[in-house]
Structures are given as C-alpha cells and as structure tokens.
Design a protein around this ligand. Structure first.
Ligand code: M6R
Length: 612
C-alpha cells in the first residue's frame, strides 16, 4: 500500500526521495509525489501512475533543497490522479503532509473546516488532515509539534505521517498510529520510511516509532515524545539486512528471484531451530508462553490471502500430529463475528508483512478475550509481531514481489516446526517419529531445488495454456489449500480467472464449467487421496477438460491419463505442500509474463494491506 520516504540532511533531497520512492514501488501504488523545501517555500510535484512519470515531470527543475518528503499512494479516498496524490498542502501553502492509513472521521472534520471557510482541492482524507493541523497550528500559541499533537487528539483512524512546515524549516515531524514508520540515522542526516527499504543504502541504524509517538527529526537530533508528552529515549537498532536482499540481482523479476531463493530461505528459517540428530525443535520465540501453547484446548489460526492458505494447510498438520482442535479463520471475518474465546485458546496470527489491518485487529480481539496470541511474521518489528504475546519469525528476507511465494513456504516451515514441537511436548507422536519427521523437514529445501531444476518444463506448459480465460485448481487433503493458493497466484499475476476447489467438490458445481477449453490443474500426488483424485481426473477427461497434473516422481501410470504433468520428488504427505506449491508459483509466473503482466506489481494489489 502507500509508501513514505522523508529526508533531512546536507544533500539535495530530490534524488534521495525519488530513489526511495522507486524502492517503495513494490508495495503497490497508483500515484507518487514529493515536496521539497526550496528557498523558504514548498516545491510540490505529484503525478498519477508510476514514479517514472514523476521523474519525467521533475526533469530540468533543478531543485536542490535538502529537506523533503515523498509518497507513493494506493488510492482509498478518491481516484488515482495528480490532485489526489500526496503530498497534500495546507491552503496557505506552508505545511506539506504525507499519510499512510485512513482517517475515519475526515468528513466531520471536513465540514467543520468548510464552515470556517477552507476549500479543498482533492477528495482525500489526507488533505482534510493537513488543513486541520494547519488550522490548529494557526489558532494556538504552541509550537508546530505540539499543534500536531493537539490536532491528532481529534483524529480517529490509522496513520503514519511525515510533515514539513516552512515556518520550522529545520525539522520533519513523524508520527504514527497503527501504520509503521522507521527513522534511519545518517551522517548529519536522518531518513524516514514506512519501512527501511527507501534508505537502506545510506544507513542501517534505525528507530521504529511506536504508536502515538511524535518524533521531531532534525539533521543531528531526534526527539520523541509519547501521547502523554513523556520524552522517550530514541532506541537505535541495527538492521540485519543487506541491500541485495531488496534488489533483483540477475533475475528479471523479484517474483522469480523469490521463488528461486526458497531453498536457501527455508534453510535460514530452520537454522538453529531444528536439530536433525536429536529430532529436537527449538522455538525460542515462544518460550514464555510455551506451557499455554502446549496445553491449548484449541488453536485458532487467523490470516488473510496467501497467509490464510498457510493456516489452512497447517490445520491438517496440527490435527494429524498434535490432536488439537483447530479453527482457521479469515481475519476479516473473525474480527466482525462474536467469536467464543477463552484463556485456553491460542490464536496464531500469520502475516508476511505483519501489518495487515484485519489480522492486527483479530490479534487485539483475541488478546482482550484472554487468549494467548502468537505471531508468525516475516517483517521483524512489524505491528503484528509487536502486538502478539510472542511469536516466531519466518526469516524469509524481504519479499518484494506483491505475490507471496517464499513467505508462504517459510510460513509452512514455521507451522511445521510448531506442530512438531507441540506434538512432541503433548506426546501425540513418539520420539522416533518426531526424529524421522524432523529429518524429512530438513530435506525439503533440496526437494524444492529438484523442482526448480525443471523450471523449463513448467514454462513449456505455460506456453500451451496462457491464452485460457479460466482455470480450475483441484486438490484434496493437504493439497486442497495448495489448490487454493495456486489459483490465487494465477489470478493475481495473470488476471486470469481461477478457482481452487477441494477435488471431491468438483461434482457439486464446478464440473459444469468443464469443456475442451478449460485447463484444470490437479494435485495428484501419491498420498491417501490418490485413488479418489484419479477418479476426478477421469471425470474431467470424459468431459474433454485439459488436465495439468502435479504428480509424484516415478508415477508413470498417471502420465497417460493427463494432458501435461509436472513431477515432484517423493515427500511425506505432511510436508508435500511445501514442494507442490512451487510448480504452481512458476506456472503463474510464466503465464503472467506471457500475458505481458507486471508480475511484481500486479494491478490494484498492495503488498501490505493496512486498511480493512
Ligand atoms: O502480509 P500478509 O501475509 O498479512 O498479507 C496477506 C495477504 O494480503 C497476502 O497474502 C496476499 O494475498 C498476497 N498478495 C498473496 O500473494
């Protein structure tokens, strides 16, 4: 979703802001803009579309101011156009503001301001906010930071804001509530970002702002106060992140890079946590709540999108291995139901970004009902990671492609480790079985490597089907959520309509769609559902559907029954989703590329969905 970058230092701000905006492109956006303080005045440039459009607009302007803010906007209030793009500026031209999040009471504030004679150019909640802050500033005798504080008392909603005021030209104000902001410390300079990616090449020393904190950021100092005006000592952390982690390197697209780096990222995720010799699983992140987790009466897994499918897959695993009742809930549904929760429940929130608004609210809801709440997040220090009691990081490294790939498999690895740990502690599997499973889990990265070695075959299959306008994905048991995930990947990346179904449900409706034009991806591994899935393939073939089957290596018999097949190496059913999803990621990728789609930044999508 929207992205923020801010700079105050000795260098010209424009190039730093523009480069920062390019690094934020991965989040998904539809317009971009900057404001730079130039000889006592604000120079503001905003453009619909890609950052490249903004760069063209700025060509030849020769701006040299050394303090500025920049924003990529993902439209919520008002269509994507130049006017609605950020920064927004107060009517007197003195205050510029960029905003991530949503101001819920903006209509009330807007009508108050209109009654006072203010005019508005845009349809956004953000313009209301800047006018409101300007009004409080003008009508109070406190300094600007205090005016921001006072104004925000009236504001309902979520925000990460960076504000520039020509009256106080040597500072930026950064403030957050529910939308992350991180400040980087440079040499006689500071950077601000909605994440660290816009300034990673300049510094790794960062401060994560907490909710309700206001930071006054100058070239050489930062002063932070909390909502009660208490001074907070800035706490700098060192980012454990290299620049190449957020660059494409030799790959054409981030999505492809992230698919191919899965084996290494999964090894990172397991490193120090699974000990093949002893069969031990060590999850330091849940140490303090270990007893609660091992003796939970029920597990509730909640998430959105691909992370939800990771939860759905884990339901099979937890039930099989741990014998605990499990519920898997879309966070967006869970938060608006009246869920029956108790202190014996453990809720596990799964989120790559750790910022998904619905998942964050589900966490708060479960916490307030007394449940133990764990987070499985990829982004270290993210809101969900901080809001949960404890958690386990996936350590997949930054995922830049909007379509989740390596984060999904890393979530599955973490959930597998958690299931093994709980099963061992509850005694629902014996030591020998646990040891065997731990060993198998450690081999998964190699198995994925084998699949990746045959990526060329998947591209050939994509070549045959990329013009289809509908796809069906079928799977059973552990492979059912993977069918859902495969379908989601295809629609996100190629805009082809695709549906994932439990294979046996086909005859209850989707079978009506099948004709000679319809490719059906069937997960037909040699697991306990194999024979049943074979029957489904027969049903499809007798209606002339085209079957692309994901099959177990060496299954020669099935090859004659299907149109195309992709083999995956033998793997225990529990961990098979980790391997079988990889060809589906590649299939979606190649079809997307053949259709000429922007696979890293698909239309309308955002990397972290910070609004509900
Ligand atoms: O950051 P999260 O894992 O909480 O995000 C949840 C979904 O928005 C996300 O998985 C989305 O479905 C992806 N675009 C899937 O590729």
């Amino acid at each position: 979703m929207c992205g923020i970058v801010g700079y105050i230092g000795d260098h010209s701000a424009v190039s730093i802001l523009l480069k920062g905006l390019q690094r934020l492109e991965y989040r998904g956006y539809d317009s971009a803009g900057i404001a730079v303080l130039e000889e006592g005045e604000l120079a503001v440039f905003k453009k619909e579309g890609k950052v490249a459009n903004l760069i063209s607009q700025l060509n030849g302007t020769g701006l040299h101011g050394s303090i500025g803010i920049g924003h990529t906007r993902w439209a919520t209030h008002g269509v994507p156009n130049d006017t609605n793009a950020h920064p927004h500026v107060s009517e007197d031209g003195k205050i510029a503001l960029i905003h991530n999040g949503i101001i819920e009471n903006y209509l009330t504030l807007k009508s108050e301001l209109k009654a006072k004679g203010y005019h508005f150019q845009s349809e956004t909640d953000t313009e209301v906010l800047v006018q409101f802050i300007a009004d409080v500033y003008r009508n109070s005798d406190v300094d600007f930071a205090e005016s921001v504080h006072l104004a925000l008392q009236r504001v309902i909603g979520a925000y990460g804001l960076v504000i520039l005021n020509v009256d106080e030209p040597d500072q930026l104000i950064a403030v957050r509530k529910g939308s992350p902001l991180v400040i980087g410390k440079g040499d006689h300079a500071h950077y601000i970002g909605s994440d660290a990616s816009p300034f990673l090449e300049y510094t790794k020393e960062v401060i994560y702002l907490n909710d309700d904190e206001i930071a006054v950021v100058k070239r050489d100092s930062i002063s932070i106060t909390d909502s009660k005006h208490k001074r907070v000592s800035p706490y700098f952390e060192r980012l454990d992140l290299e620049l190449d982690a957020i660059e494409k390197g030799a790959y054409d697209h981030f999505m492809l890079k992230e698919i191919f780096e899965q084996p290494d990222r999964l090894r990172d995720c397991m490193r120090g946590r699974v000990l093949a010799q002893s069969g031990e699983v060590k999850l330091g992140g849940i140490r303090s709540y270990a007893d609660k987790v091992y003796h939970a009466k029920r597990l509730i897994l909640t998430a959105c999108g691909t992370s939800y499918y990771a939860g759905l897959t884990a339901e099979y695993l937890f039930e099989d291995l741990c014998r605990i009742p499990v519920e898997v809930e879309y966070a967006s549904e869970f938060r608006y139901r009246n869920p029956v929760l108790s202190e014996d429940d453990v809720l596990v929130a799964i989120s790559q970004s750790g910022e998904t608004a619905d998942t964050l609210v589900a966490v708060e809801l479960a916490k307030s009902a007394g449940a133990t709440v764990l987070g499985i997040c990829n982004v270290v220090g993210s809101s969900i990671a901080r809001a949960t009691h404890e958690g386990i990081y996936t350590h997949a490294g930054p995922e830049i492609g909007v379509a989740s790939t390596k984060a999904f498999t890393a979530q599955l690895i973490v959930l597998s480790m958690l299931a093994l740990k709980i099963a061992g502690e509850r005694g629902t599997i014996d030591q020998r079985k646990k040891q065997a499973l731990v060993k198998e889990l450690q081999v998964v990265p190699e198995l994925i490597e084998e699949v990746l070695d045959h990526a060329g075959r998947i591209k050939q299959i994509a070549q045959k089907y990329w013009l289809a306008s509908n796809f069906l994905y079928l799977g059973r048991g552990y492979q059912y959520p993977i069918a859902m995930e495969g379908a989601l990947k295809l629609k996100e990346i190629s805009y082809i309509h695709a549906e994932g179904y439990p294979a046996a449900e086909m005859k209850h409706g989707p079978i009506a769609l099948i004709d000679a034009e319809m490719p059906i991806v069937v997960l037909a591994l040699k697991d306990k559902a194999y024979d049943k899935v074979l029957s489904n393939i027969e049903e499809i073939k007798s209606r002339h559907g085209k079957v692309i089957a994901i099959i177990s290596e060496g299954d020669e018999a099935i090859k004659a029954q299907v149109d195309d097949w992709i083999e995956i190496p033998a793997v225990l059913e529990y961990f098979a989703p980790l391997v079988s999803v990889v060809p589906l990621q590649l299939l979606a990728y190649h079809i997307g590329i053949m259709k000429g789609c922007n696979v890293d930044q698909p239309r309308n999508l955002a990397k972290s969905v910070t609004v509900e």
